[in-house]
Design a protein around this ligand. Sequence first.
Ligand SMILES: [Zn+2]
Length: 255
Amino acid sequence: MKRTFEYFPPTICYDKPAVAVVSKEECDTRRARALQGTLALELIVPKKSAKVWSMQRGDLCRVSLPEGSQVGDLNLWNLENPRKERFFSGKTRQIHSTHLKTYDRLWSCFPYLRPMATFVKDSLEDYGIDRDGGSLHDVAGTRCDDYIYKLITGEDRVGSCHSYLTAAVKEYGLSEEDVHDTWNIFMCTGFTRDTQQYFCKPSPARKGDFIEFIADMNLLVALSACPQGDVSIQVGQKVPDEKCFPLKVEVFRPN
Ligand SMILES: [Zn+2]
């Protein structure tokens, strides 16, 4: 006979600590101040590659799609202490949710556990949560890598978000061990209701779409333009080059 269990309704484990709840007015003011300031940096992450840049506390970063639908994998480090303090995807997921929404924050690892950045604008926020539980900008997955690619296809390859990020952070004296679980921007993912498996859908992001976040500490940021493009093709299958696009990065600094 199959065992039965008493039913309990779900309880939110970490009902947002006060520091996880930002004032929208204050956020919008910080955003406006940064956008009225100086364009401190502008760069393109070419398709199938990664770039690294630094930000000062209070800077606003906009990541946009200059050509076509494309997902990005983002890593964050404390600029002054990158080997010790970095983005903690798992705890960010527990504090907020599997998919980040405007006014959610990105948290750092132990023993710090403090906000590194705040998500302040999303041109895709109307997507919400679709009928399959799919949503955008997850902190549930990690980043594509050549190790799993080999497990799936049997082939060696160097050409994944993990390898691009690893190559990019060398410039700052960091290595493969410093690359960590990502914030998957523009990516549409979820977990199947029947088997709880991680799924992807083609990104609904289009040319001109963007997200913005504000640095809550001095940051080192790395961003990869995923070789899966808009993730409309399953990992392991060939992704045509025309499916991949660059990402544009702008950093605005308040005067
Ligand atoms: Zn990727």
